[in-house]
Write a protein that binds this ligand. Structure first.
Ligand SMILES: Cc1ncc(COP(=O)(O)O)c(C=O)c1O
Length: 395
């Protein structure tokens, strides 16, 4: 089932994955008995061929010197093409600044678009660096939890209107949403936008998962809602999630106004940190020639996210799961089972599986755990099987 065109995602060799030097397969130990890694949002699949080709070409030429100045690499133009092709979003290259990574963009935005002590709204549960960024920059966390209903998480608009105070400056949006994989609907975004205008907020929209949206859903860039919204929105994105190259460190910030751009650029490039040639080249290759690979990956992931639903319904009584509409993450609700010490701790100790800890995503994540399912069906089944057996042993 896993062969889509020329891509084989079914035959991943676990021993080979365990030889990788990145944190996914090493943080929780090494060797055949180390836990199965399903925590960080990284894929186990082979790279997209065009990405692999530029990396191989660089090695062949020993080409790992300094890159051209970012504005001359072609990446701002490639970003504009990509946003137009994928999301019908018309921007010009001058709106784009190449940055090192999306989380860096969050930090720089907090530093430059608000003052210490001022409020930043965060909709929890949330990708943990959002919380760390607000804390580390000395801003106030204005927490506006999402509401978990039948169809997944939805924004709490009344809460958004009320949270914080007159010195609330920013809304940090995670769209599509990590950890739940929810793709916010146009009406929801429009309701958020209304409050943003009422409260004179600036929006930092992390759209890194936008290229990983499943059929039946559509990503709407927040900045496309209206010209007034665009003017107060800074969008952060990259090729690193969808094409699984986060170690290459390359992302883009897209500014809806010159004023936002000027303020952001007050943190000079040298303080933000330089860029690597390989990250830029891999991003260009991914966006210009990687789509057939990404389409095949998405078909495979689509089947995996549905498979988890069947498995959880059949083998994990009492566990809640709404299949994600985007991204490679399954957010499982173990609250009814009261797993000790926490869901992650329980499965690490009892199942030999390393998951993402729900509480790291803020208090609303208590009792949840996150599985990264961008792996072969066989490895996913091993992960799920181990978890189900650990739950049965406990019962
Ligand atoms: C929502 C979100 N933003 C940002 C990142 C990390 O991006 P970067 O590596 O570019 O900092 C991730 C990684 O999983 C993510 O899920």
């Amino acid at each position: 089932m896993g062969r889509h065109c020329d891509f084989d995602f079914d035959h991943l060799d676990l021993r080979r994955l365990r030889r990788r030097r990145g944190e996914k397969w090493r943080l929780f130990g090494e060797g055949p008995d180390a836990p199965l890694a399903a925590w960080v949002a990284e894929m186990d699949f082979p790279l997209a061929p065009p990405v692999r080709a530029v990396l191989e070409r660089a090695l062949e030429l020993d080409d790992v010197g300094y890159p051209l100045p970012p504005a001359r690499t072609g990446l701002p133009e490639a970003t504009a093409r990509r946003m137009a092709e994928r999301f019908g979003w018309q921007i010009v290259p001058e709106q784009v600044e190449v940055i090192t990574d999306v989380v860096q963009g969050l930090y720089v935005a907090l530093e430059t678009l608000s003052r210490p002590g001022e409020g930043a709204v965060v909709q929890t549960p949330i990708y943990p660096p959002f919380l760390a960024a607000v804390h580390d920059t000395g801003r106030r966390l204005d927490e506006n939890p999402l509401v978990l209903g039948e169809g997944g998480y939805v924004p709490d608009i009344a809460g958004l209107r009320a949270v914080g105070g007159p010195d609330t400056r920013l809304l940090l949006l995670c769209h599509p949403h990590n950890p739940s994989g929810r793709v916010f609907r146009r009406e929801e975004l429009a309701a958020i936008a209304e409050v943003v205008l009422e409260r004179d907020l600036v929006v930092v929209s992390d759209e890194i998962h936008a290229d990983l949206v499943y059929p039946g859903h559509r990503h709407i860039p927040f900045a496309t809602l209206s010209p007034e919204i665009a003017a107060r929105t800074l969008t952060l994105t990259s090729a690193t999630k969808a094409f699984n190259i986060p170690g290459l460190r390359c992302a883009v910030a897209i500014f809806g106004s010159e004023a936002l751009r000027d303020r952001f650029l007050r943190v000079p490039r040298s303080l933000r940190g330089g860029l690597g040639l390989l990250g830029i080249e891999a991003t260009l290759a991914a966006w210009s020639a990687g789509q057939p690979w990404l389409d095949a990956v998405l078909r495979y992931l689509d089947a995996n996210r549905r498979h988890i639903a069947e498995f959880v319904a059949a083998e994990m009584p009492g566990v809640g799961y709404t299949p994600p509409e985007a991204a490679i993450l399954a957010w499982l609700d173990f609250r009814r089972l009261d797993l000790r010490p926490t869901p992650r701790g329980f499965f690490l100790e009892q199942a030999g599986v390393a998951l993402g800890e729900g509480l790291d995503f803020g208090e609303p994540g208590r009792g949840f755990a996150r599985i990264t399912f961008a792996t072969s069906r066989a490895i996913l089944d091993e992960i799920l099987g181990r978890m189900a057996r650990a739950l049965r042993r406990r019962a």
